[in-house]
Design a protein around this ligand. Structure first.
Ligand code: UDP
Length: 253
């Protein structure tokens, strides 16, 4: 998406493998997840991933309006991905556009295989992914946060969905594509998976990879998802530990 930075950088990666933002090829940006931060949602999560700042909120299972959209044998999962006007360097026009409609679909499809939707026929589960600040990889960060928010809402699930990207800069595969690499790199791949089942729920790619590179990129993304999965579980644990501490009167706030 070259409209955001006018000129390509001289190089995206050094001879010694140092990336434009100082990371090594297999290094992820810092990720921090917080659970249950929105009082008025049934479940919620906030994720900081590199420069990304994303909120996910879940409502449901609840009655679906209009009723004719309801399915007699399962809940309908609805996702809305939205970028705030202030989330990008150039003001983004508010409201849905082709990209946000696509990403809403992508996130829904990435999450759907994780949920026991047949337990709630005739209802809807609504997932809102609100990007407050974007820094490449919002679809994977949004998916990761949304899965945690679904767990926080108590929606029965097979497991958490974890997601990550891998890109190619020249001959080098780079984990967790950064902003400049997204704009000027040669390929990027987004992968989400149910780590507990080693099952991929989303695989998307822009650009080109050789079959060998594709295999390697998928392996790198899957390994990264395992790390993300640990962070997701840790974030959920933190919420409940905090509640337990509060009940036990151990916290001062
Ligand atoms: N972006 C932007 N304005 C837009 C769309 C995208 O600034 O209207 C930036 C944003 O930082 C985003 C990045 O371009 O994270 C890459 O967007 P892409 O469509 O590849 O999706 P993402 O990598 O966020 O999943």
């Amino acid at each position: 998406m070259s409209i955001f930075i006018e000129k390509p950088p001289e190089k995206l990666i050094d001879e010694d493998g140092t990336r434009i933002d100082g990371r090594k090829p297999d290094e992820m940006r810092p990720v921090r997840i917080e659970v249950g931060i929105l009082e008025n949602a049934d479940g919620s999560a906030y994720i900081e991933w590199g420069g990304n700042r994303i909120l996910a909120a879940v409502y449901g299972p609840r009655e679906l309006h209009p009723k004719h959209l309801a399915q007699p044998d399962k809940a309908v999962l609805r996702c809305r991905y939205n970028m705030a006007p202030f989330s990008t360097s150039t003001r983004k026009k508010p409201g849905p556009d082709r990209r946000s409609i696509e990403l809403s679909k992508v996130i829904r499809e990435a999450l759907e295989p994780s949920l026991f939707l047949h337990e709630f026929p005739g209802t809807t589960i609504d997932v809102f992914v609100e990007v407050l600040r974007s820094d490449a990889g919002t679809r994977v960060a949004g998916t990761t946060a949304a899965s945690v928010a679904l767990a926080d809402a108590g929606i029965p699930m097979r497991g958490l969905v974890s997601a990550c990207t891998v890109g190619r800069v020249g001959d080098v595969l780079v984990l967790d594509v950064g902003h400049e690499e997204d704009q000027w790199g040669d390929a990027d791949l987004a992968l989400s998976m149910l780590v507990d089942y080693n099952e991929i729920t989303l695989l998307q790619m822009d650009g080109t990879l050789t079959p060998q590179q594709l295999k390697q990129a998928i392996g790198m993304a899957m390994d990264a998802c395992k790390k993300i999965h640990e962070l997701q579980k840790q974030a959920i644990r933190e919420k409940y530990l905090k509640i337990v501490r509060e009940i036990a009167g151990e916290t001062s706030t």
